[in-house]
Design a protein around this ligand. Structure first.
Ligand code: GRF
Length: 203
């Protein structure tokens, strides 16, 4: 059984897609052991608590400096002996020591077809604003391993979504979530849990 930790900052619809994927059998051999948010108001924490999944807020604001925040985050992750860490809308930069410790064991979902509309500054609605401004006809989502760069790690899965006439960043965001993010994130986890995609060893 793959031991999964999910890091969140907001509403947690991607977390929900993972939990539903486990319930429906779309994710085989995986269990969410812990959910961590940097934001105590994140609705994602409630989604976890409702399922009796241990859920914690670890916020940089509660620590004197970043180093101490990083230490607390890593310590909590270690407590749960995780095989896979999923960044599901986690808006905080991941410490380099965590990337090394869990090399190719941390995945992120990004709401565009990388390498378009990714990197520094492209998060949340800004991704979809960028796509609409450029006038692309197809966008989508990407699941990738997290490395030291921003959205630069090895790509695991992608799924395309049509841009429709009259789309706003909001309508496009919703379609990308429904048609791509909530599909490929559970799928990538299932494939990692069942040896259909390669998990790293950590360093
Ligand atoms: C998603 O669009 C995800 O791609 C991005 O942040 C959003 C998270 O939404 N990185 P939610 O908290 O899973 O609802």
């Amino acid at each position: 059984m793959l031991r999964i930790g999910v890091l969140v900052s907001g509403g947690g619809t991607n977390l929900q897609a993972i939990l539903d994927g486990i319930d429906s059998g779309k994710i085989r051999n995986g269990k969410v052991e812990v959910v961590i948010s940097n934001n105590e108001k994140a609705y994602a924490l409630e989604r976890a608590a409702r399922r009796q999944i241990p859920a914690f807020c670890i916020s940089p604001k509660s620590f004197a400096d970043r180093a101490r925040f990083h230490e607390a985050l890593l310590k909590k992750l270690e407590e749960y002996a995780l095989d896979l860490i999923v960044l599901a809308g986690f808006l905080v930069t991941i410490p380099p020591e965590m990337i090394r410790r869990y090399r190719n064991r941390i995945i992120n979902i990004h709401p565009s077809l990388i390498p378009s509309f990714c990197g520094v500054g492209y998060y949340g609605l800004k991704v979809h604003e960028g796509a609409l401004k450029r006038g692309v006809k197809v966008t989508g989502a990407t699941v990738h391993f997290v490395d030291e760069g921003v959205d630069s790690g090895p790509i695991l899965l992608q799924r395309a979504v049509e841009v429709e006439p009259g789309d706003t960043p909001g309508t496009l965001q919703k379609r990308v979530m429904e048609q791509a993010e909530w599909v490929i994130l559970p799928k990538a986890i299932d494939m990692l849990a069942n040896g259909e995609l390669p998990l790293g060893e950590g360093e």
